[in-house]
Design a protein around this ligand. Structure first.
Ligand SMILES: [Zn+2]
Length: 376
């Protein structure tokens, strides 16, 4: 499947962290580069997830094929068992008939020899030869000439002979039938084994792909963390140099969007990554383009694309508190601007790692995400 891009993505160094003292412009440029890569990866993740779903459905199909093959093997086994019982029965009746035939044959020989000794016209060899042939007229000729007592014995001999031949044919057919069933069973088992091997291979490939995705996601997280660290460092430097000081608002926080919240803070099943992951904020619905408001008075410290957050705004509110607004379609404030609680700062969108338009909203205390519900 499409694995080359994964390798390519992983191997490309992002470079942003290696710089010791990047300028704000350089930092922003690097951020943009990273975000572009992440957007690509977002598409590729969606693609990979589709592949995973396809593989899962393939596995489901293989499972049902395995069940069918199991059924067939079971049924063939039952047929084989029944055929073997019948074969045993036929074998016994054949042995019995052969014993009867041998007895009758020696009796016929004895009687015919006696006839011959009494001077009958036909020779013993001719008689025995005619008895073995299917020529009814010839047989009638013999029967006309032998005694009534001998005739019955001779007839029994013929009947026994035909019966044994019929039994032998039936047994031969049965054996051939069983051989063919055994062959069928064997090919079903081969099919079963191949299906199992296919399933295992699919599982392995699924596992590899998941590992690839997890590696990429970890890289995203690491990048976001590094970007965040750099932004924090920049802020601290700015504070030290006295260029700006974080404002202290009235301590009140308001809703960042008018729509209701759609996803809470805490562990949740990630809709794109398809596994349980910490959700660092609260999501708000409201539709593409709906207004996003500053949750409290503060200073905008970052307006850029930020990891899986997409277009994001970070506002500092003083006392170690800041708020983050992610997946925006539009940013209406610039870095360094002072904002008031309830002021419109942008629009809801679906940038970054997002499945549809929503606002991802975080409150951070000393850089670490806390549950925004405690503030709203
Ligand atoms: Zn969110």
């Amino acid at each position: 499947m499409k694995r080359l891009w994964l390798v390519a993505l992983i191997l490309v160094p992002l470079g942003v962290v290696a710089q010791k003292k990047p300028s704000i412009d350089q930092l922003k440029k690097d951020l943009k580069k990273i975000e572009k890569k992440k957007d690509q990866a977002k598409d590729q993740l969606a693609e990979a997830n589709k592949d995973i779903r396809d593989v899962r459905s393939e596995i489901t199909k293989v499972d049902s094929r395995l069940e069918e093959a199991d059924d067939i093997v079971e049924k063939t086994g039952e047929q084989l068992a029944r055929a073997q019982v019948r074969q045993g029965e036929l074998g016994r009746s054949l042995a019995e008939a052969q014993a009867q035939l041998a007895a009758k044959q020696s009796e016929v020989r004895r009687r015919l020899r006696a006839m011959y000794m009494r001077g009958q016209e036909t020779t013993l060899s001719v008689l025995l030869g005619l008895a073995n042939s299917g020529d009814i007229a010839s047989r009638q000729f013999i029967l006309d000439r032998i005694a009534k007592r001998d005739r019955k014995l001779f007839e029994e001999y013929i009947v026994a002979k035909y019966r044994i031949e019929a039994d032998k044919r039936e047994q031969d057919a049965l054996v051939a039938n069983i051989a063919s069933m055994v062959q069928t069973q064997k090919s079903k088992q081969d099919e079963l084994e191949k299906a199992r091997a296919d399933k295992i291979a699919l599982m392995d490939s699924l596992k590899d792909r998941r590992e690839d995705i997890e590696r990429i996601v970890k890289e995203f997280d690491d990048d976001s963390q590094k970007i965040e660290d750099q932004l924090n460092e920049r802020m601290r430097a700015a504070q030290k140099s006295g260029k700006s000081s974080p404002p202290v608002g009235d301590g009140r926080f308001g809703p960042p969007a008018s729509g209701g919240s759609t996803s809470r803070f805490g562990m949740r099943f990630h809709p794109i990554l398809k596994y349980n992951r910490m959700h660092n904020g609260i999501d708000f619905g409201g539709g593409y383009g709906a207004p996003v408001y500053a949750t409290a008075d503060g200073v905008v410290i970052s307006t850029s694309r930020l990891g899986g957050y997409g277009n994001a705004i970070i506002i500092e509110h003083g006392r170690g508190l800041s708020s983050v607004y992610g997946h925006l379609s539009r940013i209406m404030v610039s870095s360094g601007a002072t904002v008031r609680r309830g002021q419109r700062i942008g629009s809801i969108g679906s940038s970054g790692l997002s499945t549809g338009p929503h606002l991802h909203f975080e409150i951070r205390q000393n850089g670490r995400p806390v549950n925004p519900s405690s503030y709203l």
